[in-house]
Structures are given as structure tokens and as C-alpha cells.
Design a protein around this ligand. Structure first.
Ligand SMILES: *Cc1c(COP(=O)(O)O)cnc(C)c1O
Length: 378
């Protein structure tokens, strides 16, 4: 936890649960990525955390923005950046939303199907389009495979077809899966993209942009490689597969890496109990759960580090950790081996670390009357 967050919590004693974000960490994360992938333009994936202060700081640092809806486009534009710094990266868009984005000046669109290409050509004529290809999502804690992208043969056909529509076939994109712990996972996708660039060229279609998506990790319970390891692996793959014809425009779309480590959630212990006299597990219920913003604990995929007050020094005991709502799916961790001190008490404040990404945006409006997660910026 940063000094700024620590001071804020000690002095303001905000009601819990709440997310506290340190903007200096966001700036540091931006610079770290900037250094690691110097060839790439950075398009921050707005969905990870769209707080206006975060978007503002990133805009000032020179970031572009990857958006998935007209509302996200408006949030990005509210920072004062021009529409040519925006990409509409969702492959699933209503035609009316494509038209609304186009009316705001957005001219860069993702697609992965013939029908979506048709919608873009009609609603946003003259725009640049890029085709998303499938990846396996292997080694990612939060894979994004299957739902997005098409295979390379289809991508080739679609990009060649795009040249005959009223759009500019501009490039190729992929996403290797979120919280991707293996820097080597970009290689296969870069190889496929390079193949597509060559195949399209042979058919008279010159592509110029490669979008390597997000996937860069935040440190949760498990260690992850440093940013530079990702930068080095990506650069090596680009050289290996594109040779001296590396695309003139390279894009990365970080979400989690940019904001994950910048935030902590403070939560209060509501109940500590056992299910039977000889229950091996202690159940610890918090005032935040899956519906309050911790949706990425689904299948216990994202395992946040959790810390207790310093004076709780009792022996660690095995716990199941759950949220406060009346839904039995609202269990955060039961199989993951979480341990908390035996002297933990109801009313204790716990800190859920690295919680700056994919938390406020996943909080429900008011399930059981619990309010959406509040954000404080320091
Ligand atoms: C969510 C998303 C991202 C960000 O992914 P992270 O793993 O958080 O970096 C980037 N690009 C697209 C298209 C996305 O949907």
C-alpha cells in the first residue's frame, strides 16, 4: 500500500467497502509500459477502470483509448483528447452505436465477422478496420478466447473483402488473455499476424497496423514476470516473424497492468463463523463480494492478496471468504488456500490489494440494496 493511500485511510476513515486509487501508481505503470514496448502506441482499455481522474491522467501522459461502447467513447472524449486517439475495439456493436461513434469522429473499428464488417462499412464509411484473430488464452488467469476473434483463414478472406467495401483494411488484432503470466504467449499470435500481413499483400491488400491487445499482468498472490520481460519477448517475436517489415503502427491495449496495482479495497469483517463444531474451515464474511466488485473471483481465478490489521498476529487458520449478499454464488475463495489469523475479529478492516482493475465496473447497481463500490482518488 502506498503512503498516500495509507494516510487517506487513516485520516478520512471512509465507510467500507471502498476502493482507493493512487494516481501516481497509474503514472508509474504507464511509464513502465512505455519503456518496455517503445514501438507501441498505448491504448488504455477504458473498461478496466473508467474513473475520470484516471482517464485524465492517462490522457495527459499521451495515452490513446480502447473503448467498447458509446458511453466509454464519451468518457474518453471528456478528457479532451481528440477522437483520432480512440479505437472502438469491441467486435460486437449495434449499427446505431457504430454510427454514433463515427459522428463523434471515431474512425478505427474492430471486427471479426462478415456481418460486423458490413455494419461498419455502412455506418462508418471510409473508416480503418482491423480484424481480430482467435488465440488460445493459454496461461492466462482470465482468458478471453472463444468469444472473440476468427481463425486466420477467415481473417484473410475478411480483410481482402474489406478492401472492396467502403472501409480501409488497416490491420490485425488479438488478445492473449487477461492476466497473462507467460510473456511467450504473444509469439504464436504475432506469427499468425505476420502470415496474414504477407497473405493480404499477395492479394494486393497492404496492412499497416498490428494490435497486440492487453494481457499484461498485475501482481496478485502469485509473482509475475516484470514488464520488461514482456517487452523483450514481444520485440523478439516481431523481429522473428516480420523481419525487416515490422508494421509501422503497433498498438497495445493495457487495462489491468495500468490500474490494478494502483488501488486497494478496504473492507470490513461482518461475520466469522463455522458450519459445525468440528468444521476445519472458518468462514469469514466481508462487506464486499462478487456482486460488490470482486466478480473476477469467479472460479477463484483472480486471487487478491488480503492483509489484516497489524495487531492481528494470531496463528494462520484456513478460511473460506465470502461476500455479504443472499446469493450462495457470493463466495470469493473456498478452494484457494487462504489463511487469516485466528484472532481476527468482527469489525476488523481488511485490505484487498491490487484491486484497481475490473472492480468498480463489475459492481452491481444495488443487489440486496448494497450500493456500487465507491472510489476515492488520492
Ligand atoms: C479488456 C480488453 C483489453 C484489456 O485487457 P487487459 O488484460 O486488462 O490488459 C484490451 N483489449 C481489448 C479488446 C479488451 O477487450
Amino acid at each position: 500500500m502506498t503512503k498516500k493511500i495509507e494516510h487517506f485511510l487513516a485520516e478520512q476513515k471512509p465507510a467500507t467497502p471502498c476502493l482507493v486509487m493512487d494516481l501516481d501508481v497509474v503514472s508509474d505503470n504507464y511509464r513502465r509500459l512505455r519503456t518496455a514496448v517503445p514501438r507501441a502506441s498505448i491504448y488504455y482499455a477504458v473498461k478496466a477502470n473508467p474513473h475520470p481522474s484516471i482517464l485524465g491522467v492517462l490522457a495527459k501522459l499521451g495515452s490513446s483509448f480502447d473503448t467498447a461502447s458509446v458511453a466509454e467513447i464519451d468518457m474518453a472524449l471528456a478528457t479532451g483528447v481528440s477522437a483520432d486517439k480512440l479505437s472502438y475495439g469491441n467486435t460486437i456493436k449495434k449499427k446505431s452505436d457504430i454510427a454514433a461513434a463515427y459522428a463523434r469522429g471515431v474512425k478505427l473499428f474492430a471486427f471479426d465477422s462478415e456481418a460486423e464488417l458490413g455494419k461498419i462499412a455502412e455506418a462508418a464509411p471510409g473508416s480503418r478496420v482491423f480484424c481480430r484473430i482467435l488465440t488460445s488464452g493459454a496461461n492466462a488467469d482470465w482468458p478471453l478466447s472463444r468469444k472473440f476473434g476468427c481463425d486466420v483463414e477467415m481473417a484473410k478472406k475478411l480483410l481482402i473483402a474489406a478492401a472492396k467495401c467502403d472501409v480501409v483494411p488497416y490491420g490485425v488484432s488479438f488478445h492473449v488473455g487477461s492476466q497473462q503470466r507467460d510473456p511467450g504467449q504473444w509469439d504464436a499470435a504475432v506469427a499468425e499476424a505476420a502470415w496474414l500481413f504477407r497473405e493480404c499483400e499477395e492479394n494486393g491488400v497492404t496492412l499497416s497496423m498490428l494490435n497486440m491487445g492487453g494481457g499484461f499482468p498485475t501482481r496478485y498472490r502469485r509473482t509475475v514476470p516484470g514488464m520488461q520481460a514482456y517487452g523483450n519477448a514481444i520485440d523478439e517475436s516481431l523481429r522473428k516473424h516480420f523481419g525487416n517489415r515490422i508494421p509501422s503502427e503497433i498498438i497495445v491495449e493495457p487495462g489491468r497492468q495500468m490500474v490494478g496495482s494502483a488501488g486497494i479495497i478496504q473492507t470490513e469483517v461482518v461475520l466469522i463463523s463455522k458450519k459445525s463444531a468440528d468444521d476445519a474451515k472458518t468462514w469469514v464474511y466481508l462487506d464486499i463480494g462478487k456482486f460488490g466488485g470482486l466478480a473476477e473471483t469467479m472460479d477463484e481465478a483472480i486471487q487478491y492478496p488480503i492483509t489484516v490489521p497489524e495487531h492481528r498476529t494470531g496463528a494462520p487458520v484456513s478460511v473460506a471468504i465470502a461476500g455479504p449478499t443472499c446469493d450462495s454464488a457470493d463466495i470469493l475463495y473456498e478452494k484457494a488456500d487462504y489463511k487469516l489469523p485466528a484472532d481476527l475479529e468482527i469489525g476488523d478492516k481488511l485490505e484487498i490489494k491490487a484491486a484497481g482493475a475490473y472492480t468498480t465496473t463489475y459492481a452491481s447497481v444495488a443487489f440486496n440494496g448494497f450500493e456500487p463500490l465507491k472510489t476515492y482518488i488520492v
